[in-house]
Design a protein around this ligand. Sequence first.
Ligand SMILES: Cc1ncc(COP(=O)(O)O)c(C=O)c1O
Length: 445
Amino acid sequence: MTSPEETYRRTTPRSRELHERAVAVMPGGTTRTTTYFPPYPLYIERGEGCFIWDADCTERVDMLGNYSAMILGHAHPKIVEAIRDQAARGTGFAAANPVEVELATLLCERVPSFDAVRFCNSGTEATMFAMRLARAFTGRPKIARMEGGYHGTHDYAEVSTHPLVDDAGPPDAPIAVRDSIGTPEWALENVVVLPFNDPDAAEAIIRREAGSLAAVILEPIIGAGGVIAARPVFLQRLRDVTVELGILLIFDEVISFRVGPGGAQEMYGVTPDLTTLGKIIGGGLPVAAFGGRADVMELLDPRREPNLAQGGTYNGNPLGMAAGLACMRELTPDVFAELNRKGERVAEQLSEVFASHGVPAQINGVGSLLAIHFSDKPVVDYRAVAASDKKRMRDFFLALVNHGVLMAPRGMGAISTPMDEDVLQRFVDAVDEVVGELKPAWGSG
Ligand SMILES: Cc1ncc(COP(=O)(O)O)c(C=O)c1O
C-alpha cells in the first residue's frame, strides 16, 4: 500500500515548492509552529464557506476552521462587507473608536461573568493579562493551571501543556514541566499544576498553595488538548474552594466560547471571576478579550492610581472590532443550537464508523467541537490523552488530508455554520475510507 506520506508528497507539489522557498526565510518554512506537520505543511491559497483550496487548487473540507475560529466559515458575506466598509474608513487610530463600544457591550450582555471587558489581539495576550490582573488583585505570585490545558505561549502559559508522562510526576500530584526551551525557571516555580477532572486531588493542592495562589485558570472544556469537558462537580469544586480561599477563578474560553451564546460558563452554570476570549469574537481577524468582575477589572482604569496598564497598538482596532461584531451578531441562540445539533450527530456517526471497523477510538464531542483519540478508554484528562496511540493519529491525520479533509494533527475538529448534511456526510465517509485503508497496516487491537 502507498503510505499516506507518499500520497501527500505526490499530490501537493506546489506546497512542497513553497515550503522549499519558505525554509530559506522562516524556520521550518512556517511562521506558526501549530500549522507545521511533516513532511511539510499545506499552503492554503483560498477559503470560501467550509472549503479551502491549497496551492495545487485541491479542494478540502475545512474541519478545523483555523482551530475553531472560523465559526461562520471563510469569507462570510456579512464579515467581508463589514471589513470592506471599515477598511475604507481607516483601520487604526491612536484613539478609542465607536465599534469597540458596540462589541464590548454585546459581550458584556452575553457573557455571565463580564461586568467589563478589555480587548487585545491574541488568546496568549488575553491569558497573560488575566493572570497579571489576578496577581495585581490578590498580591500573590502563583497561578494554578491544569495539566494538558492550553493558554497560549507566554512564560506563565508554557508549563505542562503536553509533558512527557515520565517527567510529570504522579497523576494526582503532577509536577510543573517546561513546554519549551527558553521557558524560565521562575515560571516553573510560580505555576502550580493541577490534575483535570480530579476534584479531591485538585482541591488538596490548591489548599496547600493557597497563601501564594492568585488564580486558578482552566478551560472548562479543554480544546486543542483533546476536547475534554470538565465534569460539572469538578468546576463547582474549583468555584467553591477558590471563593473560600480568596483565589480568582479564570475560565479560558478562547475555544469553548463557541458552545453557546454565553459560552461554557453559561452551559455549566458556573461563573468565574475572569474570562478570556479569542477566536470567534474576531470574526476571523486577530481579536481577543479578557473580562470579568467589576472590582477586579477596575484595576485597569487609567483614572485610578496605581493601575494596571494595558497598552497595545492594535487593541480594539476598528477592523477587528467590525469583523467581530458582524460575526457575533450572526451567532444567535438558534445558530448555536443548530451547530451543536450537527456536532452531536457527527460525533455519533464517527463512533459508529470506528466501531464498524473494530478500531478502538474515543470521539470526544462537546457542541460543535470534536476530537478523535485512538484509545480504548474514555479520555477524561491529560494522562488518558498521553496514553492514546500517537502513531495511528499521525497516519490518520495525513491520510485524511489526502482524502480531502483538514483536521488538527492531534485530531481536533470544529464544525462551521456553512456545513450542511452533505458536507458532514462527506467528512464521515472520508473517515470511514481512511480507517478502512489504514486498518491492515495497524493490525488488530
Ligand atoms: C484555550 C486557549 N487559550 C489560549 C490560546 C492562545 O490563543 P492565540 O493562539 O490567539 O494566542 C488558545 C489557542 O488556541 C486556546 O485554545
